[in-house]
Ligand binder design. Structure first.
Ligand code: GDP
Length: 409
């Protein structure tokens, strides 16, 4: 069965982390260490606090790498799942854009007491623009509404009518409680009035987008040297890597053979898959050309170039103007570049309303447009919509994220 990448969205505190933690717990996907940690870090009433599982994922990351979004990968039954957790704040929407680009489906978590909030509406608009059609709505914290049908029906009706207004239709709307595990992996005895699937079976029923990436994409995060051996560290963005495999490195287009895969605490790894952070040891003697930003692959479907075109979502208070310079970051690459053109401007309000704008030489907060960039250095990139190398963010002064988007032809 195809792997499923699902982005999880929802207003802050509506229960995204708790849902993910609870799902992994109920499906038996937690390691011994994570279970222990969960038992130690209960809340003041001695109850398990499922949101903490997300923190332990944070710690497990090899070599302390940082990522644009947190991806939680797990296997259940025959299927590999990747849940992409994106920040919910307006200022961080660029991450949402870049994170959600790789998604097949979306999980929308709504606190039954608060209903659909405006930020979440905006996120739904973006999902629509990103062509993500498989949506499951989880109406959470049903325990705090006495598992009441009326409360659920009210939130469901509001959510479905909003989604309909932007031409979206959820596959399922499920009443859940992440804290008490109702309708997460097991049917809830507290809500006999609900006859639909649990969250786990709803996830299992979703279809992945047809062009699932099987090619290897391994952007180099860092090169370490231990005991005279060079370890190339990074995260496998797609495909699988195994010892003996020959991979091509972009931009040089030179071949290297994988001698060994290293993962913290796990010797003798025979294969590593999408979503895993690993260290690769190559058989070649001269590895001096391998640097942060290089990309290893088994395909030649990558481009190398300095004239870039992309669609961006602008999230900085300082407008983007033709002629301005930014740092263009794509996977682990970063290069300074200049904006040379802006076209097809659209404005998205905080409430999620969309309005087409006349053409102009600049781009303001909350606007989406097609832009052209001349980069000072060539970047390795792709123009397919679903790969890590087809997304980029623009930064100013190395810290501030100005905008994010995807490359196109
Ligand atoms: P996030 O910001 O969306 O990731 O939300 P969290 O998962 O961190 O949850 C926010 C708070 O709501 C935490 O204190 C959770 O314990 C609590 N919470 C989450 N789900 C439930 C639920 O189903 N029932 C109850 N009673 N509390 C919940």
């Amino acid at each position: 069965m195809d792997a499923l990448n699902a982005v999880i969205i929802g207003h802050v505190d509506h229960g995204k982390s708790s849902f993910i933690g609870r799902l992994l717990y109920d499906l038996g996907c937690l390691s011994h260490e994570q279970m222990e940690r969960l038992n130690i870090l209960g809340n003041e009433n001695g109850e398990l606090e499922f949101a903490h599982i997300m923190d332990s994922f944070e710690e497990e990351r090899l070599f302390g790498m940082t990522m644009d979004t947190s991806n939680i990968s797990f296997k259940h039954g025959e299927r590999q799942y990747v849940i992409i957790d994106v920040p919910g704040h307006y200022e961080l929407l660029a991450k949402m854009v870049t994170g959600a680009h790789c998604a097949d489906a979306a999980l929308l978590v709504i606190d039954v007491r608060e209903g659909l909030q405006r930020q979440t509406k905006l996120h739904c608009r973006l999902l629509h623009m990103l062509n993500i059609k498989e949506i499951v709505v989880l109406v959470n914290k049903m325990d705090l509404a006495n598992f009441g049908r009326e409360e659920f029906d009210r939130v469901r009706a509001d959510t479905v009518s909003f989604l309909e207004s932007i031409n979206m239709e959820p596959r399922h709307v499920i009443p859940v409680s992440a804290s008490s595990g109702d309708n997460i992996a097991a049917e809830s005895a507290n809500m006999p009035w609900y006859g639909g699937p649990t969250a786990a079976s709803a996830l299992n029923s979703l279809t992945a987008k047809t062009q699932i990436l099987r090619e290897v994409c391994f952007p180099v995060q860092d090169v370490y040297e231990f005991d005279g051996e060079k370890i190339i560290a990074g995260r496998i963005e797609s495909g699988s890597i195994f010892p003996g495999q020959r991979l091509m490195m972009f931009p040089d287009r030179a071949y290297y053979s994988v001698k060994e895969i290293k993962k913290f605490g796990k010797p003798g790894i025979e294969r590593a898959d999408e979503g895993e952070c690993v260290g690769l040891v190559f058989g070649e003697k001269d590895l001096t050309a391998i640097k942060r930003g290089a990309v290893f692959t088994d395909s030649d479907d990558f481009r190398v170039g300095a004239r870039l075109k992309g669609r961006v979502f602008w999230i900085s208070g300082e407008p983007c103007a033709v002629g301005s310079r930014y740092s263009i970051c794509c996977a682990t690459q970063a290069a300074p570049g200049r904006v040379t053109g802006i076209s097809n401007r659209v404005h998205v309000s905080v409430d999620g309303e969309i309005e087409c704008l006349e053409s102009a030489d600049n781009l303001s907060l909350g606007e989406i447009a097609d832009i052209e960039i001349d980069s000072d250095r060539s970047l390795v990139f792709q123009t397919a919509n679903s790969s890590k190398l087809s997304n980029f963010v623009m930064k100013k002064d190395e810290v501030l994220i100005a905008g994010g988007g995807s490359f196109h032809d």
